[in-house]
Design a protein around this ligand. Structure first.
Ligand code: TEU
Length: 588
């Protein structure tokens, strides 16, 4: 069942009071791990093109494709050396044109991943910049001499004490010119200097070039880090480390709103289609998110916030694993819902290519509870107010990978953490345990298409091992099974398209102090939804005083179809049970 092309909703007219992306669902593809067409073990654009029918069956509106641009692949194309070319690993520009045309023909849109906080250290701009102290592009990046009183190259001579996101210093010495360059991520991802107007114009030109090719939206990588607070200064020392935390100097820096508004004016607003934009923003506060997404400020449509995916991090960061408390999750997501209720808009996600698998993290990957918990998580997330994002394989309930040894990790964040933790004397078992929970490789194992060799992801040797549970958890098995996690996602997507209350209704949290139940209502005019979920592996009971008011409602969706228990004042939910009720105005 494929939908008609909804091109009429794209055109800007004064009568479109709500933008189309408020009732849309976005699906993220990590191309390296999605489908391999040429047997080299790495997914590619032609592989993705061959699966567009699958995405249309699921019913998503937008496909966000992680970067496929030319890159030395230190961080899988999040280190770009040519913004206007496709990496040969993934295909050609002609393939990207075909991808866009194929999506459009099926009524879907392409969201491109824009990585412009930094370029690869092999990008021609950086090669020029590093070539001499007086090169015209020297100022396109952040160059600084060694700290006064030190000699370049000795430990502690870095211009500031900041640690990068990938465990090392944020500064690397360039021997040829004797200065350091800034990189908030790996040394192969060099921060662009957005203070320089030439840099900004070069970025805008590139983005316009892609929009001309038919791209419909932009996901902007770590975009709240492009404005740096000057002068660049040391941050507070991390406990037990020689490095400091520099985030106060670059998260939502002084010119961030100005830069994003300028980008909107130069690239987005003038376009003849209504585009979708989302800014990835680690460390963003809800107050800032409100400013970023207030439509009257014209910056971005929504942000990816990180609060809810950091509730199980200790002070040491992602690899400092802590248990998640449901009360914290409800408090955090509830506060974001409330803050963006009147103005602005939310993005909704459990998963992406940087996060461990949601079922293993927030649900239960115990084979008996896995399916129920996957459906519950989907329901809770998709029925919040905001635009939901599905990460490839999430619609199947794919789980974390059972890593057995530290040799198995490929991701630069994991590999760097591993090296630094070992150097600091952390026990190997403890490192493996942390990586098992947190490594981004959990999300990056190949998509599980069927029960054939390597899940039919590739005919060759996959670049990262496939999860051995692909024989049970795969697309083919689920598309043919109306009770599958896949079909549950399909229903949720359809609900968003059909019921205005899903996209536009208000949000009220119920039982905020309950340690197992996640419940809320959504209301628009006379339509009301009630979502009741037991996020635990034990039975849950709550006193539900409004049961009478819901007595005439219809059970719209649930994950235990045999459980038709009516709503009662003494509410009982089985482990990982979720129910959604709809109350419509009484017909007279
Ligand atoms: O991620 C930014 C980011 O904050 C992550 O690195 C996150 O902190 C970490 O993965 C948590 O464990 C974006 C991209 O999504 C990521 O894949 C890139 O590695 C990074 O930027 C650099 O471009």
């Amino acid at each position: 069942m494929e939908r008609l092309t909804r091109s009429s909703s794209d055109i800007k007219t004064p009568s479109n009071s709500e933008p189309w992306w408020k009732s849309a669902v976005v699906y993220q593809v990590y191309p390296r791990s999605f489908a391999d067409s040429d047997g080299d073990g790495i997914g590619d654009l032609r592989g993705l093109i061959s699966k567009l029918g699958y995405l249309a069956t699921l019913g998503v509106d937008v496909v966000w494709v992680s970067p496929f641009f030319r890159s030395p692949q230190h961080d899988n194309s999040y280190d770009i050396s040519d913004y206007r070319d496709v990496d040969p690993l993934f295909g050609t520009l002609a393939d990207s044109d075909e991808l866009i045309a194929g999506l459009h023909a099926r009524g879907m849109k392409l969201m491109m991943d824009v990585v412009v906080n930094h370029t690869s250290d092999e990008h021609p701009w950086f090669l020029e910049s590093r070539s001499s102290l007086d090169n015209p592009k020297r100022d396109w990046y952040w160059w600084r001499p060694a700290r006064p009183g030190t000699h370049a190259g000795e430990p502690g001579a870095e211009p500031t004490n900041w640690v990068s996101y990938f465990s090392e210093s944020s500064w690397t010495l360039d021997e040829a010119t004797g200065e350091y360059y800034l990189h908030l991520f790996s040394r192969h991802q060099v921060d662009l200097n957005w203070e320089n107007p030439e840099v900004r114009q070069a970025v805008y030109e590139t983005l316009r070039w892609w929009l001309e090719r038919g791209v419909d939206g932009l996901r902007m990588d770590v975009i709240n880090m492009i404005s740096k607070r000057l002068p660049l200064e040391d941050g507070p020392l991390r406990p037990g480390s020689r490095y400091g935390d520099g985030t106060a100097s670059y998260i939502c820096g002084p010119r961030i709103h100005e830069f994003l508004h300028e980008l909107d004016q130069e690239v987005i607003s003038g376009h003849d289609k209504v585009l979708i934009t989302v800014g990835e923003m680690p460390g963003v506060t809800v107050e800032d998110a409100l400013l970023f997404t207030d439509p009257s400020r014209a910056e971005v449509d929504m942000v990816f916030q990180f609060e809810h995916v950091q509730l199980d991090h200790g002070p040491g960061g992602p690899f400092d694993v802590r248990p998640l408390r449901l009360l914290d999750l409800k408090e955090s997501l509830g506060r974001w819902q409330l803050a963006l209720a009147e103005k602005g808009w939310s993005s909704l996600y459990w998963n992406n290519h940087d996060q461990p698998r949601a079922v293993s993290r927030f649900g239960s990957d115990n084979p008996v509870l896995r399916m129920a918990s996957a459906k519950l998580l989907a329901t809770v997330l998709h029925l919040h107010r905001g635009t939901p994002y599905i990460y490839q394989g999430e619609e199947l309930g794919m789980t974390n990978y059972p890593f057995q040894s530290i040799e198995e990790f490929r991701d630069i964040e994991s590999v760097n953490y591993l090296r630094h933790a070992k150097e600091s004397g952390v026990d190997e078992d403890a490192i493996l345990e942390a990586l098992r929970h947190r490594s981004r490789d959990n999300a990056r194992t190949p998509m599980q298409w069927d029960a054939g060799v390597n899940g039919s992801f590739t005919t060759g040797k996959p670049w990262l091992a496939i999860n051995p549970n692909y024989r049970e958890i795969n697309v083919e098995a689920q598309v043919g099974d109306p009770d599958s996690v896949f079909h549950h996602y399909r229903k949720l997507i359809a609900l968003r398209h059909e019921l205005p209350v899903v996209a536009h209704g208000d949000f009220t949290m119920l039982f905020p102090g309950h340690e197992q139940i996640y419940a809320f209502t959504r209301r628009l005019d006379n339509q009301e939804l009630l979502v009741l979920a037991n996020i635990s592996s034990q039975e849950a009971v709550a006193r539900f005083n409004e049961a009478d008011q819901w007595s005439t409602s219809e059970l719209l969706l649930s994950n235990y179809p045999s459980n038709q228990a009516p709503l009662a004042a003494e509410l009982m939910l089985t482990p990982w049970e979720v129910r959604v009720y709809l109350r419509r105005p009484a017909t007279s």
